[in-house]
Design a protein around this ligand. Structure first.
Ligand SMILES: Cc1cc2nc3c(=O)[nH]c(=O)nc-3n(C[C@H](O)[C@H](O)[C@H](O)COP(=O)(O)OP(=O)(O)OC[C@H]3O[C@@H](n4cnc5c(N)ncnc54)[C@H](O)[C@@H]3O)c2cc1C
Length: 404
């Protein structure tokens, strides 16, 4: 067990592992990446692994475009495997107000240089024959979208960090970030580590880690579930992914069948403290009824969800924020305390870019581009009650595809 580091990163999910990787790669700093569980074993490997390029704002589009480049060069960069498929995707509107969102999306996508095109419902169904045109009022093709194997990202970055000199400490629970006006280190279940800089990338436990040092951070751990089906005739890996906007249902090819999920109508939030210190995300209570209802809701467009047999049913606990933006950077509350969290169910795909930006922020004292919309500082004048925070987070969660 080491006793000192320049930077301690708490949490080896996509966000923490990518940060540790880029810190170690820059060289000159001793970096320790620790996790209370096995490396990269919690929410990150349970994600859908979809990369959605057409975001609600220009900054997110710029960041995700960079993330796409990093995903393509992941193996060359880290020396670790990453299977990805450039499939493109189809965004499907069933209501006039969602067709309006598609029109705005198209304008923004074209302005930002994305490969986007509004196509007829029939043309969309020709691109993915598992999609049926009944009830579809508008369709947007997004050529830049892709998907990857979610289980490979965090572990790949962590191994890449280790190859660049970082120390990995699995099964090491941080019980407190020690603060004496500024960060001086962490207390762990395997002893203390001195460090002037600590990154709280603890995923669903981000708040708990911060609150142990009296730092309040407004995010809500939220259940997200998906099903992987058995193999199906014709379910080619390069079929475009499909998102049904108002139902908030998504589907993408996976292992010869499909992987599909839904943003729940009434999201289930968790208080991680109440789940106890030994809680593992694999033990999260799942609810298949949520997916059955979603399959029923989109049966006219995606009848395959009614008949396909389930190979795997899994879920994880991403974190939602009140404004839908990530939480990245130093907190003004305590010098040396940084966050990489608030993923809003889209943190894995953007983790390469977020990790690199945060590493630069720590080393150079500022981020490579203006990331103030993600800064923890934006919450300085907010004093949401838990109820208000959950209400805002629930809205962001359910409206991820932009429909209102
Ligand atoms: C079903 C589902 C579908 C999703 N689909 C997508 C998608 O298509 N695209 C996308 O980009 N994202 C998707 N996501 C979201 C994505 O999974 C998350 O954004 C991302 O994995 C968050 O990574 P993280 O590093 O914040 O959290 P995690 O992977 O959970 O990592 C946090 C780590 O911190 C550790 N930790 C916590 N507390 C402590 C402590 N006190 N001491 C030490 N270690 C600690 C934990 O053990 C854990 O390993 C999906 C998620 C789910 C569940």
């Amino acid at each position: 067990m080491i006793s000192k580091a320049d930077v301690v990163v708490i949490g080896s999910g996509g966000l923490g592992a990518a940060t540790a990787y880029y810190l170690a790669k820059r060289g000159g700093l001793s970096v320790t990446l620790l996790d209370k569980h096995e490396i990269g074993s919690q929410t990150s490997p349970r994600a859908a692994g979809m990369v959605s390029c057409l975001r609600k704002g220009d900054l997110m589009i710029e960041l995700i475009k960079d993330a796409c480049r990093k995903i393509e060069s992941f193996t060359e960069e880290t020396g670790q495997p990453l299977d990805w498929v450039h499939s493109g995707s189809l965004k499907i509107a069933r209501r006039p107000q969602d067709a309006d969102v598609i029109a705005t999306d198209l304008e923004r996508g074209e302005r930002m240089g994305l490969d986007v095109e509004q196509i007829s419902p029939d043309a969309a169904c020709r691109l993915n024959p598992f999609l049926k045109p009944s009830g579809v009022v508008a369709a947007l093709r997004i050529g830049d979208d892709r998907y990857f194997d979610p289980a490979q990202v965090a572990v790949g970055f962590a191994r890449g960090a280790e190859a660049n000199g970082a120390v990995l400490l699995p099964k090491t629970d941080v019980t407190e970030v020690t603060v004496e006006e500024k960060v001086i280190g962490v207390q762990t279940t395997r002893g203390p580590i001195q460090a002037p800089v600590v990154v709280d990338a603890a995923g669903a436990w981000t708040r708990q880690v911060a609150e142990a040092s009296d730092i309040r951070i407004p995010l809500v751990p939220t259940r997200q579930q998906l099903i992987v089906t058995e193999a199906l005739d014709g379910a080619r890996a390069d079929l475009p992914m499909v998102r049904i906007m108002d139902a908030a249902v998504y589907i993408r090819p996976c292992q010869g069948g499909f992987l599909w999920g839904v943003y729940e109508e009434d999201p289930r939030f968790f208080d991680m403290k109440a789940l106890g210190p030994a809680f593992d995300v694999k033990d999260m209570p799942l609810d298949i009824e949520v997916l059955r209802r979603a399959a029923e809701e989109v049966k006219a467009q995606l009848p395959v969800l009614q008949t396909a047999k389930t190979r795997e049913f899994r879920g994880g606990i991403p974190t939602m924020t009140a404004d839908g933006h990530h939480i990245l950077g130093p907190t003004p509350a305590v010098k040396g305390f940084f966050f990489a969290s608030g993923c809003n169910v889209a943190g894995l795909s953007i983790s390469p870019t977020i990790g690199e930006a945060l590493a630069a922020w720590i080393i150079d004292g500022q981020p490579p581009i203006d990331l103030s919309p993600m800064s923890p500082e934006r919450f300085s004048d907010k004093n949401w009650s838990e109820q208000q925070l959950r209400r805002e987070a629930a809205w962001q969660y359910r409206h991820f595809y932009g429909s209102v």
